[in-house]
Design a protein. Sequence first.
Length: 132
Amino acid sequence: MSGSITHRISVYSAIVCLSLTALFACAESQPKAPASGVSGTVPLFDNHGTLHHPITTTQPMAQRYFDQGLRLAIGFNHAEAGRAFRAAQKQDPNCAMCAWGEALVLGPNINAPMDAEAIAPAVAAVRKAQER
């Protein structure tokens, strides 16, 4: 019986060690501070792929934030995608697609229905996009 207890302790110890290793690895891979020249606190990630969809804007940072929002939305990180789309709108207040992106991520998706509290902001974002 003591062999069985020793074996269980060894297995639990291994699980704890692996969990801590994974935790520290994830902590080290967190995004760095925003690149210089980026307004606000929304970081620009350089490790989420290269998907690019050209939009009508004269502001390169708006394009970068829009692309990031699109990549994050496709990856189902809707909260972070919304931050990126709002950052894009700050860079170019006339960007219709940036407002559209915000409306997109406030709507329902395959993983969750639309939150009732998101209806008004989504409708407002759609209206902004239509006005531009």
